[in-house]
Write a protein that binds this ligand. Sequence first.
Ligand SMILES: C[S@@+](CC[C@H](N)C(=O)[O-])C[C@H]1O[C@@H](n2cnc3c(N)ncnc32)[C@H](O)[C@@H]1O
Length: 270
Amino acid sequence: MTGPGRRLPALFQAVTGLAGRRERRGGGVLPSPNIWNWPDLYEVENRAQDPDGVLWDALRAARDWSGADVVDVGCGAGFHLPVFARSAARVVGVEPHPPLAAAARQRVRDLPAVTVHEAGAQRLPLPDAAVDLVHARTAYFFGPGCEPGLVEADRVLRPGGTLAVVDLDATRHSYGRWMRADLPRYDPLAAERFFVERGFSCQRFDVDWRFDDRRSLESVLGIEFSPEIAARAAAEVPGLSFRVGYRVHVRHKPRGPVLPNGATARDDPR
Ligand SMILES: C[S@@+](CC[C@H](N)C(=O)[O-])C[C@H]1O[C@@H](n2cnc3c(N)ncnc32)[C@H](O)[C@@H]1O
């Protein structure tokens, strides 16, 4: 195991009471130890994720952002902003952790269509009906507890706009088993139900994580899991890649009036 020794897996803090307590203290910011503590390794992780563009294809099928206005909520160091910027009219990155917001700003400094704001999902620095796509990837929208962010996403979306939440699927593949081992109280099906009950579709995808070398692979496992599980995972993976399950939750904002629970968001703008 070449990854850094660590204490609690990232998702553990996000989905347990520990995260809730810290969230209240920290003004609604969910701790993300992986990217907060090891931004360079998280960059390696982002580069390794989805080399075949499966998730990008799924997002494009849900909502093509060519010529559209996009906000990436919990954008971290802004890894995905340039991809949206290739065809979007305007891209806004929103990230509450100041060093990451600064890193995202630095990344997009030569992209005039992209701006980055230091803010959280619960209070987006955008006017009503300002964007066509709200995207969040493994950030804030983990199920119960993210209701304020859902309301806020609906507020900033134009009628017919789309909220797309990309998250890891802990029900499948070895990666899901490692997650569940670290998170015995996390119920991935309850998280999925949460979105379905609020009018989201849910699609599952198999995505490879492919690394250049063993050291990178083991280091990334080391920032995602407890030392015990990371060591077990490294021992189980023979080569330079493994498969990870993802869920993509999508909801389109109705073109007509929105009901208070948002559950009628069914019309498809495509
Ligand atoms: C696992 S990282 C993913 C970052 C980025 N989406 C990516 O894929 O590279 C989760 C991010 O969510 C951010 N975050 C934490 N609390 C948040 C909140 N309340 N609203 C929006 N983002 C939040 C964290 O600071 C962190 O940057």
